[in-house]
Ligand binder design. Structure first.
Ligand code: SF4
Ligand code: SF4
Length: 382
């Protein structure tokens, strides 16, 4: 299975009409041009966002950023302050990432057994507040074949080289209180904070590893090396779910992933199978709650040993444009995001009765899904 980052929707949406990249991409993928342009118009001109097109787009440069977070001149101070909270976090993450990228590798290489180093690395991640972490070997097929748009100085279309043997992958959990208010600004805040937290930690880990005398790079929202979900699955963080995201037994799909690729000798973790594939067959909570029907009704498909569910990213993003914010309803809908009793998770695989019990408990407690109507106290009133 090969993944080209240029095919990812977020890369396509950043192509500027008339540019060399735009002409190249759509001459090879003519079927994508019309739906992409329609989506772009909806996203960046959506009246419900009230913000219009991003500044860089207006000025003819590469568009960037989240169209729902643009602050217009009519923004209230309160709205500005809450929006800036996440922008500030992201700015810091990006600065630390630059620092890590530019840091030289220490010429004195520390010789530490792979077992010890793996424990230390996981401790580093856990002490930084993220308790879902694993290690996997990186095969060339795990990486994107070519780069799309990114925030580093890589060229669009550049080949992604396989340079590192290991990836340390971790998942920042998103605040449940925020997620259960989606689709709303709270959910958007949690998502952006999750990206920022995981990116910043990846950058700090790169600096730690470089100081030990080994090269390392981040694979995060600052600049991706891989589609990350499959690396996360290989590192034992969870299993791909119907919702098109990795579902972790403790946090469900309300996480944001980042990774560090390195040649520091490490010990890889095993993949986990807690029976999610079978559970997703009967659960369908994400599918039933998805307002855009982007989530597949079919069974999972298998390709090159990887299981996944088809997902209609364009329909999903069109819904975001209509809502004027990121949706994320599939996160609060997933029983594992709300928390499933650990003992039931351990007994779930291959046991239909346990799966039924988990679903019954979930429906009894939350109905169709857990949705909190009241905005968080610090949010501006509508
Ligand atoms: S974010 Fe919303 S529209 Fe997109 S897949 Fe999830 S539930 Fe569906
Ligand atoms: S909501 Fe249900 S079907 Fe969807 S990913 Fe979670 S467990 Fe699977």
């Amino acid at each position: 299975m090969e993944y080209d980052e240029r095919d990812a929707l977020f890369s396509r949406l950043q192509l500027k009409k008339g540019s060399k990249e735009y002409d190249n991409y759509y001459s090879l993928n003519p079927g994508n041009e019309e739906p992409d342009m329609k989506l772009k118009m909806k996203l960046f001109s959506n009246k419900s966002t009230g913000k219009g097109m991003p500044d860089k787009e207006k000025s003819g440069g590469k568009p960037s950023g989240n169209p729902f977070m643009k602050i217009g001149g009519d923004t209230s101070d309160h709205e500005y302050a809450s929006a800036q909270l996440m922008q500030e976090y992201q700015r810091i993450a990006s600065e630390v990432d630059d620092q890590a990228y530019n840091m030289a590798v220490n010429s004195r290489k520390r010789e530490i057994p792979a077992e010890t180093m793996s424990i230390l690395i996981k401790e580093f991640v856990k002490l930084s507040g993220i308790d879902v972490v694993g290690i996997t070997k990186v095969e060339p097929g795990d990486l994107y074949t070519h780069r799309g748009f990114n925030k580093k100085s890589y060229e669009y279309g550049e080949k992604v080289e396989h340079r590192f043997e290991y990836a340390i992958v971790f998942a920042a959990p998103l605040e449940l209180d925020y997620i259960n208010r989606g689709p709303n600004k709270e959910l958007l805040m949690a998502t952006m904070l999750g990206y920022a937290k995981s990116s910043e930690l990846a950058a700090r880990l790169v600096m730690y590893i470089k100081d030990l005398g080994y090269d390392a790079i981040t694979d995060s929202s600052t600049s991706y090396e891989s589609p990350l979900s499959f690396l996360g699955e290989k590192a034992g963080l969870g299993q791909m779910g119907r919702c098109n995201a990795v579902v972790n037994p403790k946090y469900g799909n309300r996480t944001k992933f980042a990774a560090v690729h390195t040649n520091l000798p490490l010990v890889e973790d095993e993949m986990i199978d807690f029976g999610l594939d079978e559970f997703c067959e009967i659960c369908r909570c994400c599918e039933d709650n998805c307002p855009s029907k982007a989530i597949s009704h079919e069974s999972s498909v298998s390709e090159d040993g990887r299981k996944y569910w088809e997902h209609d990213a364009t329909s999903c993003m069109e819904m975001w444009a209509r809502m004027g914010t990121s949706c994320g309803v599939c996160m609060s809908a997933c029983p594992f995001s709300q928390g499933v009793d650990e003992q039931l998770v351990l007994r779930m695989k291959g046991d239909k009765n346990v799966m039924d019990e988990i679903l019954e408990n979930h429906r009894e407690k939350y109905g169709k899904r857990n949705y909190e109507k009241q905005p968080l106290a610090f949010m501006p009133k509508k």
